[in-house]
Design a protein around this ligand. Structure first.
Ligand SMILES: Nc1ncnc2c1ncn2[C@@H]1O[C@H](COP(=O)(O)OP(=O)(O)O)[C@@H](O)[C@H]1O
Ligand SMILES: O=C(CO)[C@@H](O)[C@H](O)COP(=O)(O)O
Length: 467
């Protein structure tokens, strides 16, 4: 039996699944935590991968890594990182993004050039920040790569070895200097951002192409970004929209054509199959719930119980979930707020429910941004750590005003990476057909008024906050 490993190197942890290559059956799982913070040394991801894969990776036939998108890994001419990686959720590059938009002639130009209008998260904004604030490190930067590129290279020997770094279309599309429409690096934009410097960039591999082999001879597939991995793991159909509630909240769909949204809300990414992955990303999702649970002196099960005790609308409380700033809407310096407190509604149950409603209203707006670009209209699948909380699926249906599909909780990013590894191993034109993911349906609301009321209250609180 041939087996493949899929790695999800996401913000908070590294998760690994070992699957039967022909069928996708998951045989083993591993997990290890990543360090906290928005700056992380890339070797910490490698250590976590080794810890999560201990005793699992020796006998696999192929492996692929799907990683958190956008993180800036800058290395010197010996391949060693010149600083800790700046992650997608590090907002220090917000002003750099604004400068870049102005310098190219506005958001439309960016949307047309690379499908994405820069925000703090995007790699190109981080390069500009580094050029401005750490010019001596920028001068030492010989090559720039992404978290999954680093791990893929590390698997193949990394610094000191003979292998050259690689990436794929999906992850390259989140850099801001690769065009998904034209399939080329935009060296001019790289130079614009990085003070005229043009460090080396990894070769962009096709979907089923292999990056190479580990020193032990295991095939290493191209890998991809974590959201692209989830799309491949779920095997979504045209029209399906995935809402992922991990550290980030994302809403995305597979599309035949690249997106170019000048409003900046929808990022026009590429996917891991040769198509495209228009995506809206929020900075705040699952950790809104863990932080609220902590504040209320309970755990996630306790938060679920409390949220069920409150009525829809949380007695008039609105929780704006911008605890880590926000990316969509683009409010990098925002903080969270609890709006509408009265003596009568000020209890843990209302606060718990308001946190879930607030997180999901932010994602409901993301779904609307996709719809405004003509994307979606089919099933809404909710995945990610926070989807494990039972009340989340119910409130999602209410706030989205539609039925919600809850795939059986699993590591779909890692499964997608494993499927990519099986694809590279098989050499077939299409990915191996793995079984349809088991899912539970939460019916849409019997009346739409309650959901509308919750979303109106949320929109009012947002516009009051924006002055
Ligand atoms: N039962 C649960 N209810 C709510 N949140 C959960 C639950 N289980 C895990 N989480 C949260 O999910 C998050 C991890 O989800 P995951 O999708 O793995 O994120 P990431 O890929 O960003 O690392 C953590 O913030 C964790 O607190
Ligand atoms: O920046 C984005 C998407 O553009 C994030 O979705 C990151 O890819 C991190 O993902 P998670 O760790 O939250 O899964």
């Amino acid at each position: 039996m041939r087996t493949v490993a899929g790695v999800d190197s996401s913000t908070q942890s590294c998760k690994i699944v070992i699957c039967e290559a022909a069928t996708g059956r998951v045989l083993h799982r591993g997990r290890a935590l990543h360090p906290e913070g928005t700056e992380v040394h890339p070797e910490a991801w490698w250590q976590a991968l080794r810890e999560a894969g201990a005793g699992l990776l020796e006998d696999v036939d192929a492996i692929a890594v799907a990683g958190q998108q956008h993180g800036l890994v800058a290395v010197d001419d010996s391949g060693r990182p010149v600083r800790d990686a700046l992650l997608w959720n590090d907002v220090r590059s917000a002003a750099a993004a604004t400068q870049l938009i102005q310098e190219l002639g506005g958001p439309q130009k960016w949307a047309e050039s690379v499908g994405t209008v820069p925000v703090a998260s995007v790699t190109i904004s981080k390069l500009r920040w580094m050029a401005e604030h750490e010019p001596e490190l920028a001068d030492r930067t010989a090559q720039v790569m992404l978290p999954h590129d680093w791990l893929t290279w590390r698997l193949r020997g990394g610094p000191g070895g003979t292998a050259m770094p690689t990436t794929d279309r999906g992850d390259a599309s989140g850099t801001g200097y690769w065009s998904p429409g034209d399939d080329v690096y935009r060296q001019d934009l790289l130079a614009l951002a990085f003070g005229g410097r043009t460090p080396d960039l990894p070769a962009v591999l096709g979907p089923a192409e292999a990056a190479g082999h580990t020193p032990d001879g295991v095939l290493v597939a191209a890998g991809t970004g974590d959201n692209m991995g989830a799309a491949l793991g779920l095997g979504i159909a045209p029209g399906d929209v995935v809402v992922s509630l991990g550290t980030s909240g994302t809403a995305f769909a597979v599309a035949e054509h690249p997106a170019a949204d000048a409003s900046g809300a929808v990022a026009g990414f590429a996917d891991a199959t040769g198509r495209f992955l228009p995506l809206v990303c929020t900075l705040n999702a699952a950790r809104v719930l863990s932080a609220t649970a902590g504040m209320l002196g309970t755990d996630l099960d306790g938060l679920d119980r409390l949220a069920r005790q409150a009525a829809p609308g949380s007695g008039g409380l609105v929780f704006l979930p911008y605890l880590d700033g926000e990316r969509t809407p683009n409010l990098p310096d925002a903080s969270g707020s609890l709006v509408g407190l009265r003596r009568q509604n000020m209890d843990p149950a209302n606060v718990a429910r308001a946190a879930v409603e607030g997180m999901l209203c932010n994602l409901a707006n993301a779904l609307e941004e996709l719809r405004a670009q003509g994307i979606g209209a089919g099933r809404v699948l909710v995945i990610g750590g926070a989807a494990k909380m039972p009340v989340v699926g119910e409130i999602a249906a209410q706030v989205f005003g539609a039925p919600v599909t809850l795939p059986e909780p699993d590591e779909y990013v890692a499964i997608g990476a494993a499927r990519q590894a099986a694809w590279a191993l098989s050499g077939t034109p299409e990915p191996p057909s793995w079984p349809v993911v088991a899912a539970r349906e939460v019916p849409g609301p019997t009346e739409l008024d309650t959901g509308h009321r919750i979303r109106r209250a949320y929109a009012t609180a947002v516009s009051t906050m924006n002055g």
